[in-house]
Design a protein around this ligand. Structure first.
Ligand code: IPE
Ligand code: IPE
Ligand code: MG
Length: 247
């Protein structure tokens, strides 16, 4: 029985988030430049989107470039920003064919103009698609996002649009870049590290975590299905007891 057939389609995670890690190490192990790993990583994104489409996932978020990644050597940052342009151009027809809607979260104002323009064009072109929503986290970090949300709420209090007492978890979540997107049910990190690296700290509060040693360029549909199967064997208690869940 193939892995996809073992998945219970009635209990899919609505939202899977992935920290795509290990591109550089994957390339180095082959005696290649890190940028080669990033190029191959694009293939894995395509495969993950196709796999998500096949099983009918609603949301797939991929951590593509963190705020801290701006501190990498300039040539790697430039290569990544250029790769984004070529990858988005090349993949847009497939996104359309697969009915995928593209979104992006993060401080997009820091992206080079051409990268941001290409990204915005693809977001616009795919905006009416109704299949998987693919969210690229770009120039994203969770602390940046939370501070921005706090500033926005503070400004609304200052102008008396809201009162301090009006601030609830829902109102706070509405100020985040993920507004309207359900929290991830499952977080996958490839590449062997077991850390969050400033990703979706608010949104991951009750997500199931899945770590794999597979480097991102080797990630294929069965790796996604393995992670989902692991998720489906877990009991999510949200602070309650097992007995309460049965009632
Ligand atoms: C993840 O792979 C991609 C980005 C962070 C842009 P890395 O580039 O971090 O690869 P490793 O972790 O160094 O192997
Ligand atoms: C996390 O990977 C960011 C992305 C996958 C885009 P990093 O490689 O930047 O994370 P650290 O530095 O190992 O924590
Ligand atoms: Mg890394």
């Amino acid at each position: 029985m193939s892995l996809i057939d073992k998945i219970d389609k009635e209990h899919l995670p609505r939202h899977v988030a992935i920290i795509m890690d290990g591109n550089g190490r994957w390339a180095k192990a082959r005696g290649k430049e890190r940028s080669y790993g990033h190029q191959e990583g694009v293939v894995s994104v395509r495969k993950a989107v196709e796999a998500a489409t096949k099983i009918g996932l609603n949301y797939l978020t991929v951590y593509t470039f963190s705020t801290e990644n701006w501190n990498r050597p300039e040539e790697e940052v430039i290569a990544l920003m250029n790769l984004l342009v070529t990858a988005i151009h090349r993949e847009t027809p497939d996104l359309m064919r697969n009915n995928v809607r593209l979104k992006a979260i993060g401080d997009l104002s820091r992206l080079p103009e051409q990268t941001n323009r290409t990204l915005q064009d693809c977001i616009r072109e795919t905006s009416a698609n109704t299949g998987v929503t693919l969210v690229l986290a770009l120039s994203y970090s969770s602390r940046w996002e939370i501070v921005e949300a706090a500033k926005r709420l503070a400004a609304q209090v200052e102008t008396k649009k809201i009162k301090v007492e009006d601030i609830t978890e829902e109102l706070f979540a509405d100020q985040l870049t993920t507004r309207g997107i359900p929290d991830p049910d499952l977080l996958i990190r490839t590449g062997g590290e077991q850390r969050i690296s400033n990703f979706l700290l608010w949104q991951l509060s009750y997500s199931e975590l899945y770590f794999t040693d597979v480097f991102w360029p080797d990630f294929r549909e069965d790796e996604l299905y393995e992670a989902i199967l692991s998720y489906q064997h877990r009991e999510r208690r949200f602070g309650q007891t097992s007995e309460q869940l049965i009632l």
